[in-house]
Design a protein around this ligand. Structure first.
Ligand SMILES: *[C@@H]1O[C@H](CO)[C@@H](O)[C@H](O)[C@H]1NC(C)=O
Length: 267
């Protein structure tokens, strides 16, 4: 009577086992010293018995974790004198940020994990998102974050633009237009490209009064331009019917001309 009750208990305990619980088999089990219960199982994982038909004195197997989980603890177990040697291992959700320093984030970004495989990438100081990826998902991991934060490019320093009212830096792809103050010539547009300004940096040149205003008699100058800025030269030549040596004037950074103007005498 007592033994019958025990057998019922074995049937339910071995129900998930790979061994078919035939009454004969159960008797073998009782006599062999096999474990009463199946191997302890981890949450989000399972135990794979190694069937060994020639040796029923011991149950052996290995632990596996479900996809997206990694195993902590003993990856195997064995029944010894009716007891499982090891407790069940832990199957821990894989951390998307643990794969490397930046995790699945691109360079110059830091990975922040929210658990359950959800992570985001944050650009390091001095870097901004390149606007490429806003959402990413694979079997285990899901990216949630600001649009384009996944790839980070270097910001550009604005001090070289020389305007104290600007921000310290601008992110990649931002364009800045510059113009010179009145009395100075120059304008342009620069674009931030991964930490470097592309295009003409601010460079303002002094304008000199037009050479006609130098009131030189009986001579003309060359070349003719709309505006004359610092370092521009003009060459003076006497008009037809006059003679005198060629001379040069240069436009200075203070906006004045220096050099020689010709003295032209009638032939
Ligand atoms: C302008 O600069 C030139 C060259 O440096 C100098 O000779 C001239 O005296 C300066 N003129 C004025 C008004 O400062």
């Amino acid at each position: 009577m007592f033994k019958f009750v025990v057998l019922i208990l074995f049937v339910s305990a071995l129900g998930q086992d790979i061994f078919p619980p035939s009454p004969l088999r159960l008797l073998e089990v009782i006599n062999s010293g096999r474990c009463l219960y199946p191997a302890p199982r981890p949450l989000n994982g399972y135990f794979v018995y190694r069937s060994n038909a020639n040796d029923i004195s011991v149950d052996i197997g290995i632990y596996k974790c479900n996809t997206c989980y990694s195993l902590l603890g003993s990856d195997h177990n064995a029944c010894w004198q009716r007891r499982w040697i090891f407790p069940a291992p832990t199957c821990r959700r894989k951390d998307p940020c643990a794969t490397s320093v930046a995790g699945p984030c691109m360079s110059n970004a830091e990975c922040v994990s929210y658990g359950s495989g959800i992570y985001t990438c944050i650009c390091r100081n001095g870097y901004s998102g390149n606007g490429k990826r806003s959402y990413y998902k694979n079997a285990c991991f899901t990216y949630r974050g600001i649009k384009g934060i996944d790839g980070c490019l270097k910001d550009c320093d604005t001090t070289v633009l020389g305007n104290p009212s600007l921000l310290d830096s601008y992110p990649h792809d931002v364009k800045v237009e510059w113009t010179c103050k009145a009395g100075l010539q120059g304008s342009g547009t620069v674009r931030c490209s991964n930490g470097r300004w592309v295009g003409p940096l601010p460079n303002c040149l002094s304008l000199c009064a037009h050479p006609t205003r130098l009131d030189v008699d009986n001579a003309d100058y060359w070349p003719k331009k709309e505006n004359y800025v610092e370092t521009d030269h003009v060459t003076w030549r006497c008009d037809i019917g006059y003679y005198g040596p060629e001379t040069q004037s240069v436009c200075n950074s203070n906006g004045s001309w220096t050099g020689h103007v010709p003295i032209c005498l009638r032939n």
